[in-house]
Design a protein around this ligand. Structure first.
Ligand SMILES: [Zn+2]
Length: 292
């Protein structure tokens, strides 16, 4: 596969990130470096976007945003952690096009120069937000996610795509088409699950895909549709992160899920009560800082 160039002319310092497909084909894409922090530490911000998901990964000047929450609040959250004059993001991952993940990303595409997009394109999804997204994304280099892809962040850090599985057909439920990724830096792993439900959890386990991780972004805002006992016993996380809005209409997080975490002594953070939560990795250890 030959490299695709961004349609936009990027006039900032450029560097290459390599996306390595399972077949060892290397697809390189151009990304941009700006004033992002380069302190040798890998930062993951679980942004306080209300009822929705948004995670910003920052490492060695590279920024990856996964989902954008339900509205424009993501912009003020990004403003808190990104340098004032930084108006570019190297890679945006849309896990799936539900409103609580895509709406904020539409605002992000309006405000930031987004060099690359990774998504699981759903031809039959017809929501107005998805139509708008598909119009706005043409200024970025867009790639289809498939298991086995590796996004190399440099310095030993990388993001591996675990789901959707290569060659599999799309699921009926939008949630179950969510991209699942594993962020790895040295001794630590963070599993990022989108809104995938029990069916996908069973599939990953059945296919013996390595989902063991120290840190887990709990799927679907702590809904009881996900995070089965079997899944937690395969991931064996020490810490979990739940992104959700205060007093949300969905009853998230479900008490059963909190009990499952507690019974395994998995400490959890939740953005409705903890505000923005920052995870800091140095390759050997991790620490967590929350707003409240
Ligand atoms: Zn969601």
């Amino acid at each position: 596969m030959s490299p695709r160039l961004p349609k936009k002319n990027i006039s900032k310092t450029e560097w290459l990130v390599f996306l390595i497909i399972a077949s060892a084909t290397i697809l390189s894409f151009t990304a941009i470096e700006t004033g992002a922090r380069t302190d040798g530490l890998l930062h993951v911000y679980f942004l306080d976007v209300g009822q929705g998901d948004a995670q910003l990964i920052e490492f060695e000047g590279k920024q990856v945003l996964i989902d954008g929450g339900p509205d424009g609040k993501v912009l003020s959250e990004l403003g808190q952690v990104m340098p004032f004059n930084d108006r570019s993001i190297d890679l945006v991952i849309l896990t799936h096009p539900d409103a609580d993940h895509i709406n904020g990303l539409i605002k992000v595409l309006g405000r930031y120069e987004v060099a690359n997009i990774l998504e699981n394109f759903l031809e039959n999804h017809k929501s107005p937000a998805y139509r708008e997204w598909n119009k706005l994304k043409i200024d970025s280099t867009v790639m289809q996610a498939v298991s086995g892809q590796i996004i190399d962040l440099g310095g030993g850090a990388y993001i591996k795509v675990l789901y959707p599985i290569a060659g599999s057909s799309q699921q009926a439920k939008t949630n179950n088409n969510s991209i699942i990724t594993m962020l790895v830096y040295g001794d630590n792993e963070l599993l990022l699950t989108g809104d995938t439900e029990a069916r996908v959890e069973r599939e990953l386990i059945g296919r013996e895909i390595n989902i063991d991780a120290d840190l887990l972004k709990v799927a679907h805002h702590g809904s009881k549709t996900s995070t089965t006992d079997e899944f937690l016993d395969s991931v064996t996380p020490e810490i979990a992160f739940i992104q959700l809005g205060e007093d949300n209409n969905y009853g998230h997080p479900h008490p059963t899920i909190l009990e499952r975490l507690q019974s395994r002594a998995i400490k959890y953070y939740r953005t409705d009560t903890d505000g923005m939560v920052e995870l800091i990795l140095d390759g050997q250890n991790y620490k967590i800082v929350s707003d409240k």
